[in-house]
Design a protein around this ligand. Structure first.
Ligand SMILES: [Mn+2]
Length: 323
């Protein structure tokens, strides 16, 4: 990390901070945090994303932390010479739309699938991108305000599932650093009423459809639902004591959307989903959490009983990973 270099590169340019599509709390917290950091060092920026802000928790972040992030459809004046910093996201990733601006910098905690030549790159495997942004404040002695600290802390907590998933010593350090400044009332407000009726319907469908083979749990949500919700249901299935690897997928008009979770270090969720969907779709992600997609035109390739074929593919890929 070289915060001075980042400021130097961005100074004097029109800067956008772009999250991955359908931003989650870590992406939103990171984007807000970086915006506040840059502003302190004389760089104004706008936050942007593609897709939707669809989950109740992310919508509430906008109110509680009082900031703006623009959908790309509402930005009409971005040009090729504008600078983009991607946070919690990397250019060329499947979940990051390539905007017209120039992706000059990247701060992320995900693995790189297709390398990109940035002027500034800070990709480190920690539990949350919010952790990395918090470190920019700490390293540079930039004043941390309570609102920003709380948003970053919330992102850190959600991405690490309350410090239980993919946590590194830096996450713990930044957690305690942010905690000093955080606003307990705002955190409590984020924790209250986080479930909508449609969330409950997705859980209900998944519970009805759950199948467990040894330690692998499968559940289909037979209707469209947001990425974040599929991920929550996947975490929920993983919480079953017998399940150590969870595969949840929702049926959408345009295909099947997967969320995969692993508790076993030898079963790399990202690799397994990529292998299981090889030839019919795409997949990838972290060791513990990953996602995938099968476009509708390929579902028929899976045969009439596509759920059987999906289960067969995942079980085979898990066994392969166990060798
Ligand atoms: Mn993240």
């Amino acid at each position: 990390m070289d915060w001075k270099k980042l400021i130097e590169i961005l100074k004097g340019h029109k800067v956008y901070i772009q999250t991955h599509n359908y931003p989650d709390p870590d992406a939103m917290g990171s984007a807000l945090g970086l915006q506040v950091f840059l502003k302190h060092h004389g760089v104004e920026s706008l936050l942007c994303y593609d897709g939707k802000i669809e989950k109740l928790s992310t919508k509430r972040m906008l109110d509680i932390f009082d900031f703006k992030i623009y959908n790309i459809d509402d930005i009409e004046d971005m040009t090729e010479s504008d600078y983009i910093v991607t946070v919690d996201a990397q250019k060329f990733n499947a979940n990051v739309t390539d905007f017209i601006g120039d992706e000059v910098a990247c701060i992320d905690h995900h693995p790189t699938f297709i390398p990109c030549d940035y002027l500034y790159k800070d990709v480190r495997f920690v539990g949350a991108c919010s952790t990395l942004i918090a470190e920019y404040f700490k390293e540079s002695n930039t004043p941390m305000d309570s609102n920003t600290a709380t948003a970053l802390l919330y992102g850190l907590r959600i991405d690490t599932n309350n410090l239980t998933r993919g946590v590194t010593p830096l996450d713990i350090d930044m957690f305690s650093y942010l905690y000093e400044y955080a606003d307990a009332d705002k955190l409590a407000a984020m924790n209250n009423s986080t479930m909508e009726l449609k969330d409950l319907q997705a859980y209900g469908a998944a519970i009805q459809n759950i199948k467990v083979y040894d330690n692998i749990g499968f559940a289909e949500i037979p209707f469209d639902c947001p990425d974040g919700l599929i991920a929550m249901v996947s975490d929920f299935i993983l919480a079953l004591d017998v399940v150590e690897f969870a595969v949840v997928y929702a049926t959408r008009d345009d295909g099947l959307k997967f969320s995969v979770r692993s508790e076993l270090s030898e079963w790399n969720a990202g690799q397994i989903v990529a292998e299981a969907l090889d030839g019919i779709g795409t997949g990838g992600g972290h060791v513990t959490m990953a996602g995938g997609f099968v476009p509708s035109e390929n579902i028929e390739k899976l045969g009439h009983l596509y759920d059987d074929e999906i289960e067969r593919r995942f079980v085979a890929a898990c066994r392969e990973g166990n060798k």
